[in-house]
Design a protein around this ligand. Sequence first.
Ligand code: ADP
Ligand code: ZN
Ligand code: ZN
Length: 733
Amino acid sequence: MPILRVALDVPVNTLFDYLGPDTVVTEQDVGTRVRVPFGKHLMTGVIMEVATYSSIASPKLKPIAHIFRDVPPLPETLLDLFRFCSAYYHHPLGEVVMNGLPGRLRSSKPFVQQYRPILEYRLTGTGRAADPSVIPPRNIVKRRLLARLKETGSITIEEAKQLSQRAPGVLKEFASLWWVEERAEIESSAIAAANTSSPVPVLTPAQKNAVDEIVPTIKQFNTWLLHGVTGSGKTEVYLRLITLMLHQRRQTLVLVPEINLTPQLEAVFRARFPAIRLISLHSGLNPSERAGGWLQAQRGDAQIILGTRLAVFTPLPDLGLIIVDEEQDMSFKQQDGLRYSARDVAIFRARQTGVPVILGSATPSLETYYNAINGRYLRLQLPSRAVRNATLPLVRCIDTRIAKTEEGLSPPLISALETSLALNQQSLVFINRRGYAPVLLCRSCAWTAACQRCASRLVVHLREKKLRCHHCGHQERFPTNCPECGDQDIAPFGHGTQRVEEALSRRFPHARIMRIDRDSTRRKDAWQKMLEEIQGQRVDILIGTQILAKGHDFPNLSLVSVLNSDASLFSSDFRASERLFAQLMQVAGRAGRGGIPGQVLIQTEFPNHPLYQALCRHDYDSLAQTLLVERKLARFPPFIYQVLLWAEAPSIDLALAFLANAEGISAKPKHIEIFDPVPAQMPRLKGMERAYLLVQSSSRSKLQKFLGEWRTQLDALPDRKVRWALDVDPLEF
Ligand code: ADP
Ligand code: ZN
Ligand code: ZN
């Protein structure tokens, strides 16, 4: 009897051997889901290999309980992708496989495609081209239906019934002629709105150049960086390439960072390709919807797959192109379980399949930028806005050492808000809400306390009167005056936010103010409503955090103001500047999109800081170059490869002790640096204390080899009450 090697969702990096059933099991069954006995329970897993031999003595081998024949087996390429992730992220294969499946396929029950009644019919390209005169004149219902469809593009089943009792039957007939597409949902208003517009624009020279560069090698692997300023029309470049894919009958995978951005992009895609099967995959779907979409992709029925990071694990038999929009966005990285970067997995997947991957951004991550300037990635630039006469907004700093703020607002900012209100234009007040750990800063010369050992900024721990490196664990005492200029005015810097909202409503009692943050937008329909309010110009002042910066078009927005962003300039997190710049470029990009010239005002104590200077010139390159020089000197990524070992325990001492142990058992090979354990910035999380240990090397392959051996040793460590995890290429410490 064959031996089946099964991947199970258990934290051990091994496959589990089971006896196959009496019915014939072959290589063909690799990728099939099974139920197997595990301990006292049954578990669902995936057959990864079929073998003839097991190292487990045959009396101990258990037979599998059930084989699922509900959906086709997972394709070998997907299993290879899982194997790669398991190896690269040093994460148990079974957990990787099960993490990649939609929840519905992980359950104990077979998947039954729910019957979804048809609610709407949409005219296809064929239908649009159909000649009404082929319908005999006496067939009034047919004629009227076609005329109506040509007018509105779609019709719901209810509307059809009102037209005639016979209409539903006629629509079925149209569907068999491929004149209409049957749909189980009615398109949302956003989609309908987009459907009525969207003529295909003539490409700008820069867009045309980008398309012309990519097309000749569209059938081979390359990583392209599409570096275009906000509003430069990156989406149009995607649309042209997707059109090419549709002609070649190949699938396109489009990854976006935010679930909130999918409806907008979905609307744009549907408007351009009304008859194409597009599925969107994100965490807002119910389990059956997600599994259903996933299977459509696996069968090759879905031609465009739009989704958030988890969509990178969708089986795609005809994959022809991968697009990662806003590639620098942190949400592509999963921060628990399998800590993968969907962008990096997408690049691996593109190489594995031999297809191009396009990373789109106005402010690429420094890792990507570095790869683009050293030639590993191919860089395409869109340097100006696509819409004629739309220029980039004017960015200026307000020096708050001179223009003193009151309740967080400076006089020039207040008068700019007043002007916007008077002109009936919208303003956005952007608050940088990340709670940064305080660092020690000299206000006269901008010196900050840095670690001797690793060049990170030291974090102030007031209670113990100590400075501590959150990178390598080094500690030292507080200096009494600035070592650089002798000034005694050195103080912790980098507090949270002020209550700006209240201050604004007091200042502008008649303005309609709306606050937008992650909590208020968690529900999809709530966010849609807010967008409608904004677009319907029923809001004067928007107050918001990061969420507002991303990809939305607010045509009546003319003023963007930025408060308290200085803390990010002097953060202990070496990526803070990069992120601040990306964020500010993005919020700045919100201003002045619809013909009104935009203005961006930044309140700062450091108006001459290179970051703000670069921002005023819209000069990403100069800042990126500066940051790269700093990173190289300090030996930070992309010049070094990092891994964190996280430990979580009921007490910080347990976590630190585990990490000290982990540090002790390693062989400490050459070229690998292991630092001391550090309590995490936000140590307490759900009653657990967290700490980590940083490992780094300038050689990715040496680091990988070390991790392979170390992981085995870690698995053997006694770790009662401690949960640990490896985080390869970490983004957050
Ligand atoms: P990005 O994603 O690069 O920030 P978008 O793709 O959102 O930019 O495009 C910005 C605006 O420019 C959109 O309103 C889009 O319709 C418009 N646009 C894009 N390409 C063209 C073009 N070739 N001609 C005219 N308008 C264009
Ligand atoms: Zn000083
Ligand atoms: Zn250090």
